[in-house]
Ligand binder design. Sequence first.
Ligand SMILES: [Fe+2]
Length: 262
Amino acid sequence: MPSTRRARPLKREVVGSDRCNGAGRRGIVPTMREQTLSEVVPGRIWASERPVWFSGVRLRARTSVLRLDDGSLLVHSPTPPSDGWREEVAALGEVAWLVIPNCFHHLCTPAAAAAFPAAKVVAPTSVTPKNPALRLNLEVRDLATAIPELAVIPLDGVPFLDETLLYHRPTQTLFGADVVLRADESDHWTWRFAARLTGCYKRLSVPPDVRKKVADKAAAARSLRALEALEVQRLVVAHGAVIDEAPVPRLLEAWRLIGVSL
Ligand SMILES: [Fe+2]
């Protein structure tokens, strides 16, 4: 992708990581200002966003909270749990699950696990060597056995991400993290600028640093085709607005554009 002095190519170490303390060598420094949950699906799904700086570019990073049929909560891509955010979530119910959707969105989960000690931590096992502080209870690919209202769709062929999408049947909602992203006018100018250079502005796109890291396009295609069998009303990803118009066709088109045959 093109690069400039102000908006350098997006590196996975920073795009996909949400460092909680800014201590990483790559210099991610999330702003710890108060986050507020907004309702995505009444009574079932809420989300908060926080800015994440890296390489001179500021993304929005989303954490989603899903109320399951038994009333317990699943937190997807956990955020640094400020006191206010924790109180908002606790008012909704008991957090039973903390889900790390790929091998990059793990850095804030130990803090979230400390805030919600009864919650089980779910992640790809590939995060274990990356984060010694992480206490892993369940492989994310096995989550549907524990929560039957969910379907899991591992994105095979892209071990660089090792992402698993979740589909929540009662709300027909598909959750991903970095499988696609999108910038719009709500984003900081630094990301709008970089997104225009990389084809991500107002277009659902495969993250620039992922495009050349698809190890097995046929395997990725098989995984993505599985999405066509689902009734998906909305796609919730970590970086960008919720997609509620033709979410699956647009996701597939993003992958088709990088050479995955769909
Ligand atoms: Fe990410």
